[in-house]
Design a protein around this ligand. Structure first.
Ligand SMILES: [Zn+2]
Ligand SMILES: [Zn+2]
Length: 253
C-alpha cells in the first residue's frame, strides 16, 4: 500500500517516529509521501524524510496563504531540487475555515499550479467547500497533461466525476470513508470507480474507524483500504494493486 498523503514530519511524531515508520512497513505500507504546509514546514519535511527515504511534496496550504510572500515560485523553487521532493502541495482553497483571505488563497494556488506546470511536477490539492471557485481556477490554469490529486476527497458523485472526467485528477481517499455518516462519500467513490483513486491517511489527523479519535499514522491506511475494497465490492489485493499503480503513475514513483 502507498500512503499518498501523510505529515510524518509533524511534531506529533517526534517522540516515536522510528517506531511509527517501522509499523507502517510491517502493515504493508511500501511508500509514503509527506506533505509540506508552508515553506518552513516543507523544509522540515525534506530534512526529516531524507534518512527514511520518504518522498516529499513542498507547498503552501491555503491556511498559510496569508503569510506567503508574493513570489511563491522564488520561495519554493530552491526546495524542488532537494532529495526526495516529487510534488508540489498541498495547495488549494479552504472556505470551511477561511484562515486566509480568499483572494490570497486563489493567488497562491494559481502560482503553485504554474510552478508545477513549468517543472512538470504533480500537484497535491486541498479543497474544502470551494468547489465552484476551485474548478473555475482549474479551468484557467490546469491542463489535462498535468498530474494531480484532490486529497481527502469528501465530495459528491457529480464532483468526483468533474475532477476525473474534466481535469483527469485522482481522488485521495482517507479515513473519512470509514465514518458511519459518510454514506454520501461512499456513493461518490462507487461513482468514481477504482481507476482514479489513491489511498491516504492525512496523519496525524483523521484516523479511520476502528482507531478514530487516536493519533493517525501510516499503518492505519490498511483500515481505509479494507473499507474501500468492501465499498467497491473488490478483493483487497485487487484494490490495493490498482490504487498502488495509480499512485505510481500519479507521482512517477
Ligand atoms: Zn489537506
Ligand atoms: Zn494534509
Amino acid at each position: 500500500m502507498i500512503d499518498t498523503h501523510c505529515h510524518i514530519h509533524d511534531k506529533q511524531f517526534d517522540a516515536d517516529r522510528d517506531e511509527v515508520v517501522a509499523r507502517a512497513f510491517e502493515a504493508g505500507v511500501s511508500c509514503m509521501l509527506t506533505i509540506g504546509e508552508d515553506v518552513a514546514d516543507s523544509r522540515r519535511a525534506i530534512e526529516i524524510a531524507e534518512p527514511y527515504e520518504i518522498s516529499v511534496a513542498v507547498g503552501i496550504h491555503p491556511h498559510e496563504a496569508k503569510n506567503a510572500l508574493h513570489d511563491i515560485a522564488e520561495e519554493l523553487t530552491p526546495l524542488l531540487d532537494a532529495p526526495g521532493v516529487i510534488a508540489i502541495g498541498e495547495t488549494g482553497l479552504d472556505y470551511y475555515y477561511d484562515h486566509s483571505p480568499r483572494d490570497r488563497q486563489a493567488a497562491v494556488l494559481r502560482a503553485q499550479i504554474r510552478l508545477a506546470r513549468d517543472r512538470s511536477l504533480p500537484v497535491v490539492f486541498h479543497h474544502r467547500d470551494a468547489f465552484e471557485d476551485f474548478t473555475a481556477i482549474l479551468r484557467e490554469e490546469w491542463s489535462r497533461t498535468m498530474r494531480g490529486v484532490v486529497h481527502c476527497f469528501t465530495g459528491t458523485a457529480p464532483q468526483a466525476r468533474t475532477f476525473i472526467d474534466e481535469f483527469g485528477l485522482y481522488l485521495g481517499i482517507g479515513g473519512v470513508l470509514t465514518f458511519p455518516n459518510a454514506d454520501g462519500l461512499r456513493q461518490a467513490v462507487v461513482a468514481a470507480g477504482a481507476q482514479k483513486l489513491v489511498l491516504e491517511t492525512d496523519c496525524p489527523y483523521l484516523a479511520p474507524v476502528p482507531v478514530r479519535g487516536k493519533r493517525n499514522e501510516p499503518s492505519f491506511v490498511a483500515h481505509t483500504a479494507a473499507k474501500l475494497s468492501a465499498t467497491l465490492g473488490m478483493h483487497l489485493d485487487e484494490l490495493v494493486g490498482i490504487t498502488d499503480e495509480n499512485a505510481r503513475r500519479l507521482f512517477e514513483l
